[in-house]
Design a protein. Structure first.
Lengths: 460, 354, 358
């Protein structure tokens, strides 16, 4: 414990080390937070991108903070529940003939210069035999009242404003546009949100009111409504082409990267240490064998092997992790550790241990390995980012597990979707930045630890 | 703490002979194979080439010689850290040349090893208590209380008190003298019958050396230990051993009781060693030391005949350079392997081997 | 090798060096100089201090050292490990560690206060020109990747601007002088034995014909016979040349082979300087007495006695006499800094001698 405190004090002498340590700690805290707020199962569910998971998210939305940089703000997504959110009121009045007359009202300000992506209303209702009937109207700031929809609904009905052809026809007429000429309405949203008769269309800014009248015909029959307006910015991290909220991947990328990196680094370091120790201690043919295996293994390009395994065998991240560790055991570190063990082997205290009858195994574990561990720690820390990048590279090559949200996977998706050509740079920048910060943090910490544990490098 | 030193002219009495030998080494040869490029045989390093040695219970002997004379290899072979190439080592009535595993472990319990470099001899990541407990653990002492008691006892014996203070300390927190005491404590903790001390004080300060040597002497007397004291410093040998073996180039060239070796020196090499050992005497400035030029020979291709002949001021041509001299008996348990004494009765012949 | 510094061809210095080398090659087997010997004041050190910073505080390794050395004499500085004697060698030669925190005092070489020189001047005029050093007999004192002949020639090249062939010739002469076969000129240090390496180091120290050579534990890692051979060589040099020696060692016994004067160092200070006959028979300072009593002797039957306790740390040395905690003759006055009591050329820093001497 005392050594740990001393180490911390030593770390404090290097500003870069403090920065590195803070980054690593932040990553760990962030990972723990992620695992608590979004449990793994939920994350996988959200990442799968099924309709129920992502229906509220717009497609390819930029992150909300992007609006800071713009004079003309982009519309932010809205998701409100009737009766729960202040702006979305719900009033229920019983009817004489049974059932209820439920009126929903939602007012919102729309001052953006861009149209929203789409508008959805999700109705849930309960009834025995008779479906409720709803009428939806939208009142624009200019005073136009546009009928959006009227019809029956079932237990779960989604009404997507954008896909309603009848609405489209109505809007075209309202705007006075000719279906034959070129100046067509480019979508329901343009029809809903632009001032009548303007060309090019000008957004009608002001307060909009959405009015829904739902009629139920049975006792106890009720209707609930949820309104979702897909803006073009969403959340802290934006969304991707499958409407998945990128925050899932951004957040979960951290614990996965750390887990992969740390496990791979620790796993290979520990196993390498044992093999180097055993080989050096026993010498002879065992040592020669280990050295030859190492040399052969160092020549084989391991990324290629990983690609082969990933393509022909399994894409599971854990399989790839295992193969990574295996390939990394017989690597250059065995050689450098062997050099250290050779020196330690000649130590006088080990000779003394032999003289009082210590067996080989005990000498290796109790006398040699503890000497070497301090020297391994910096290497271990510095190795973590390379494994993190490895996982990202594998994902980028299409090898990672597609169901697991990792930073590499996001970059892969972004790349195959052509994100940079579509002005969706956030899609690549976010995971890249996170990867960079992770690498930087561990590298700085690793270098500082190297200076501490390797006294010869002190003062540099 | 200062002990009185009584003039002891130790004679190997009949009583001690009855106790039997702790160590009886006959014709020991330790050759190391030289290999070129890992596979090709390139000769042997004849580190120990036909050595006899006898040690009784409670006796202290010294093995004296310069570096490369084979004393270290001899000592390591006794500890079975090397395997002998030829000859026999009999320890406490048992031939230990080829022992393995458990048998070897039982033998090792009875030999304590004190090394030259006190700091290197202690694992830097273990505290004193752990260091001392290790030999106990390794040899099956499972009861923690028993281990603790033995550690306390041995620390008291080497005068590292208060014991509790020292148990938690790490080697780098101790002075050289204290470190060496721990090394000695560790050697003693298994209650050995033989203590092998390899240059135990040469890396310590001059003023601390005497302290450690006296401690070793006290322990030896208290426990009736047999001690082999290996050194190149003849001045310290006097306070600590009764019988001295002088080695040169892998062979024992003279052996005698301490006073005989110094007062009735026989071999020219021993003469040189004595001449080269200075006492603090202001007259030294005015005199050259009478030492032979050159250096000890290679142990791979040692000189033919007597290995000292190229440097010997009394070399006899056609004798010293052709045949290895036998050991001649000068009486009083004093033997010398030198042709200058060919009038004396032969104690042992050496057969020439390839 | 000096890169951009201008190396001035110092003709007279070169001649002097060559003359001394010649003199060395004509060395006879005497231990004493023949004829009248001059003893001018060569080195005078006043209040020399060298402190350096460590993690645990400032180490006051050399803490106010005074002594004088005349020509044609050898002084041995004796002390245990940790008394600052190696730092003393470095302080005299201005080989300061990187973490030096205090370096002051006067180091007079004849009539030149070397402390006043700039580092550059010091390098050109003093180090390895007037004073040189033979470092501890460790494997690291010679550069393992250069041939030994080149290393011995190097001081001539660097300090005197001698052309390469001439410098190699000089090196060959020195090799012969110290007893190393000339065909070893092209060998690397690892090919030489310990004794040979030390002889090469001695050659390297003497090649520029300095007035003073400092030897720091020159034989501690060597075997007794080799040690004796080296000391025989040093004795010959001392008798035949005008070089003075400062020998730094912990080994009192071997120091008696070369010492004309013995200076005892304890906890950063010199506490006694005595002429050798006086010192080895009856040293003055209690520490010196204890030291002499703790040495095992081959030719006498006296039992050695060790000194209790250990030397004080140089980080916070005690006030007053630094030996007081271990001194058998301690009394109240020892709490104050002891006076320096002079007895002719000798002196001792101890309260027991207050009032005696001159």
């Amino acid at each position: 414990m005392k050594k740990f405190r001393d180490t911390l004090k030593d770390i404090a002498r290097y500003p870069s080390a403090i920065a590195g340590l803070l980054i690593v700690l932040a990553l760990i805290v962030f990972s723990i937070y992620t695992m608590i707020t979004i449990p793994y199962k939920e994350a996988i569910y959200l990442w799968r991108g099924t309709e129920t998971a992502v229906y509220k998210n717009p497609k390819n939305a930029k992150p909300t903070w992007f609006n800071w940089f713009l004079k003309d703000k982009l519309p932010v997504s809205v998701d409100v529940f009737a009766g729960e959110d202040e702006d979305f009121t719900k009033e229920s009045k019983p009817r004489e003939k049974g059932g209820n007359l439920i009126e929903f009202n939602y007012s919102f300000e729309y001052n953006y210069n861009q149209l929203p992506q789409d508008i959805f209303m999700y109705f849930t209702s309960n009834y025995e035999g008779k479906n409720p009937f709803v009428v939806i109207n939208l009142t624009t700031p200019s005073g136009e009242e546009i009928k959006i929809f009227d019809g029956g609904i079932s237990q779960r009905t989604n009404i997507r404003f954008g896909q309603d052809d009848k609405l489209m026809t109505r809007l075209i007429r309202l705007h006075g546009r000719d279906t034959e000429t070129q100046d067509q309405l480019r979508g329901v949203n343009e029809g809903l949100f632009s001032k009548m008769g303007t060309y090019p269309p000008e957004i009608d800014k002001g307060t909009y009111t959405l009015n829904v009248k739902a009629t139920t015909f049975e006792e106890g029959s009720d209707v609930d409504a949820e309104l979702v307006i897909h803006g073009t910015v969403f959340g802290l991290f934006g969304t991707d082409h499958l409407r998945r909220d990128l925050k899932v991947a951004m957040m979960w990328g951290a614990p996965i990267a750390l887990a992969f990196g740390l496990t791979a680094a620790l796993g290979s370091a520990i196993i390498t240490m044992f093999i180097a120790a055993v080989g050096t201690w026993f010498g002879g043919w065992l040592d020669e064998l280990i050295q030859r295996i190492t040399e052969v293994n160092m020549v084989i390009p391991y990324l290629s092997i990983l690609i082969m395994v990933g393509t022909f065998y399994s894409k599971s991240i854990w399989t790839l992790l295992l193969v990574t560790i295996l390939l990394n055991i017989f690597s250059a570190s065995i050689k450098s550790q062997r050099a250290i063990f050779m020196q330690v082997k000649e130590s006088t205290y080990i000779e003394a241990a032999k003289a009082y009858g210590t067996n080989d195994f005990r000498i290796i574990t109790r006398y040699m390995i503890p000497r070497v561990i301090p020297m391994l720690i910096p290497g271990l820390v510095s190795a973590v980012p390379s494994y993190v990048f490895l996982e990202a590279s594998l994902a980028l090559l299409g090898l990672g597990d597609p169901t697991v949200p990792t930073w590499g996977k996001v970059i892969n998706d972004a790349r195959s979707y052509g994100a940079l050509y579509q002005n969706m740079f956030y899609w690549i920048l976010e995971p890249a930045t996170f990867l960079m910060i992770t690498g930087l943090g561990f590298a700085m910490l690793g270098f500082a630890l190297d200076r501490i544990f390797n006294p010869r490098l002190r003062g540099m | 703490m200062t002990e009185q030193y009584d003039e002891k002219d130790v004679e190997i009495s009949a009583n001690e002979l009855d106790e039997g030998f702790v160590l009886d080494i006959r014709g020991l040869k330790v050759y190391f194979e030289l290999r070129k490029r890992g596979f090709q045989h390139a000769g042997f390093v004849r580190a120990v080439d036909g050595v006899d040695l006898k040690l009784h219970r409670g006796e202290t002997i010294a093995i004296v010689g310069e570096s490369g004379c084979g004393k270290t290899s001899l000592m390591k072979t006794i500890l079975r850290l090397n395997t002998p190439t030829g000859g026999e080592i009999e320890f406490d009535g048992e031939i230990i040349n080829d022992l393995k595993a458990n048998d070897l472990k039982n033998v090792r319990r009875k030999i304590g090893y004190v090394q030259q470099d006190p700091y290197g001899a202690l694992a830097p990541f273990m505290n004193v208590r752990t260091i001392l407990e290790e030999p106990l653990r390794v040899n099956g002492i499972t009861d923690p209380q028993e281990r603790y008691d033995r550690v306390v006892k041995v620390l008291e014996e080497v005068r590292m008190t208060p014991v509790e203070d020292f148990m938690e300390k790490f080697p780098h927190q101790l002075s050289g003298g204290q470190q060496q005491r721990i090394v000695i404590a560790r050697a003693m903790i298994l209650d050995p019958i033989l203590l092998v001390a390899d240059e135990p004080v040469s890396m310590l300060d001059a003023s601390v050396r005497v302290e450690i040597l006296k401690l070793l002497r006290a322990l030896q007397e208290e426990h009736h230990l047999a001690v082999i004291y290996i050194t190149h410093d003849l001045a310290t040998v006097r306070y600590f051993s009764e019988y001295i073996y002088v080695m040169y180039a892998g062979q024992v060239i003279e052996k005698a009781r301490e006073s005989d070796l110094i007062n009735k020196t026989a071999h020219p090499y021993t003469h040189a060693l004595l001449a080269a050992t200075s006492d603090p005497d202001p007259k030294n400035v005015d005199e050259f030391q009478d030492v032979p030029p050159g250096e000890p020979p290679s142990l791979v291709t040692p000189p033919k005949g007597c290995r000292f002949h190229p440097r010997c001021p009394h070399m006899i041509p056609d004798l010293c350079d052709t045949d290895r001299p036998p050991e001649y008996d000068l009486g009083d348990n004093h033997q010398v392997a030198c042709w200058l004494f060919r009038e004396m009765p032969v104690h042992r012949e050496f057969t020439v081997e390839a | 090798m000096a890169k951009q510094k201008k190396i001035t061809l110092k003709e007279d210095a070169i001649l002097e060096a060559k003359r001394k080398a010649e003199l060395m090659s004509m060395m006879t087997d005497t231990t004493h100089k023949v004829g009248k010997v001059k003893h001018d004041l060569l080195l005078s050190i006043k209040d020399l201090k060298l402190h350096f910073e460590t993690v645990r505080g400032p180490v006051q390794a050399v803490d106010g050292v005074n002594f004088d050395l005349v020509t044609n004499k050898a002084v041995v500085v004796v002390g245990e490990s940790g008394c600052g004697k190696s730092s003393l060698a470095k302080a005299i030669l201005r080989l300061l560690p990187r973490n030096v925190s205090h370096y002051s005092g006067e180091v007079w070489l004849r009539d030149l206060d070397t402390m006043q020189l700039s580092d550059e001047e010091y390098r050109e005029q003093v180090r390895w020109v007037k004073i040189s050093m033979v470092p501890q007999a460790a494997m690291n004192s010679l550069n393992p990747v250069l041939r030994v002949g080149d290393q011995v020639a190097e001081p001539m090249l660097v300090h005197y601007g001698m052309p390469k062939e001439e410098a190699m010739e000089q090196a060959a002469v020195m090799f012969r002088n110290v007893g190393v076969p000339v065909d070893f000129l092209t060998r690397y240090p690892f090919e030489l034995s310990g004794g040979m390496r030390q002889r090469v180091a001695i050659a390297m120290a003497l090649v520029t014909g300095p007035d003073l050579v400092i030897l720091d534990e020159p034989t501690s890692a060597l075997d007794v016979l080799t040690q004796a051979n080296i000391f025989n060589l040093l004795k010959r040099i001392k008798a035949n040349l005008e070089t003075s020696f400062i020998l730094i060692t912990h080994d009192i016994s071997t120091s008696s082979e070369l010492a004309d004067i013995v200076a005892v160092m304890y906890a950063g200070k010199i506490i006694e300087v005595s002429e050798s006959h006086r010192f080895f028979s009856k040293p003055r300072h209690p520490y010196a007495r204890a030291l002499m009593a703790s040495v095992p002797r081959l030719r006498e039957r006296e039992e050695p006695h060790f000194i209790e306790g250990k030397p004080p740390s140089l980080i916070n040395p005690p006030t007053g006499c630094r030996f007081k905690d271990r001194c058998p003759k301690r009394f109240e006055k020892c709490e104050e800094e002891p006076p320096t009591v002079v007895f002719g050329d000798d002196w001792v820093a101890c309260w027991l001698y207050e009032g005696q001497g001159e």
